[in-house]
Design a protein around this ligand. Structure first.
Ligand code: GAR
Length: 222
């Protein structure tokens, strides 16, 4: 079967991009990175893409100004670039822009995000600080199909990690990030193989043979 063409959208350092690049380096992986797109010209993740020989594109949101019209024009430019590259699957990986409902609708079922919490808890920013403040004992990360509201949409997979006594936000972020790097490639694989999909009812359906562990990682506390 032809490999699915994946676009990874980034705004920053791109460690999740790297995990997808590494997964795609395996001949048997069902996807290839056909485009890395950033809204920030200086995003360090662009260098990772360059090193891997993946095509890159910057669409600087600042050049579009502010307000709803600017947002729509920026998203239209994104869509046009994705269509031109014949992208099958769009993976948001630290892409810190809210997308318009029109864009989300257009790419529905083909638009994934990763977020460093067990959604629907702790959407938004400063997630790790907020989890520590709240005293949660189990944290984690989520890969989900994107719907119009920020950090929302049908869940494809989650990984859980413990919050340990003495953790600060950076320690917790590092523990979660390690699992993000396992979970995102595992979920993209399932979608690219067609073994998991978004149904018309807006729920994620898995083939019967998808092992329970594939989209649900639960590492032992260490
Ligand atoms: C990751 O932790 C990702 O889960 C988070 O941004 C970070 C990007 O890191 N995304 C969100 O918070 C989305 N709401 P990376 O650039 O090293 O992949």
């Amino acid at each position: 079967m032809a490999k699915k063409k994946v676009a990874v959208l980034i705004s920053g350092r791109g460690t999740n991009l790297q995990s997808l690049i590494d997964a795609c380096a395996d001949k048997k992986y069902p996807a290839e990175i056909a485009l890395v797109l950033s809204n920030c010209p200086g995003a360090p993740g662009l260098d990772r893409a360059g090193a891997a020989g993946a095509p890159t594109l910057v669409i600087d949101h600042q050049l579009y100004g502010k307000g709803p019209q600017a947002r729509a024009a920026f998203d239209a430019a994104l869509s046009a670039a994705l269509e031109e590259a014949r992208i099958d699957l769009v993976c948001l990986a630290g892409f810190m822009r809210i997308l318009t409902p029109g864009f989300v609708e257009k790419w529905s079922g083909r638009l994934l995000n990763i977020h460093p919490s067990l959604l629907p808890s702790f959407k938004g920013l400063h997630v790790h600080e907020r989890m520590i403040e709240a005293g949660v004992k189990i944290a984690g990360c989520t890969v989900h199909f994107v719907s119009a509201e920020m950090d929302s949409g049908p869940i494809i997979g989650q990984a859980a990690v413990p919050v340990l006594p003495g953790d600060d936000a950076d320690m917790l972020a590092a523990r979660i990030l390690e699992q993000e790097h396992r979970l995102y490639p595992a979920c993209v694989k399932l979608i690219a193989e067609g073994r998991a999909r978004l149904t018309a009812r807006g729920v994620v359906e898995f083939d019967n043979d998808v092992a329970a562990g594939a989209p649900m990682l639960n590492p032992n506390p260490s």
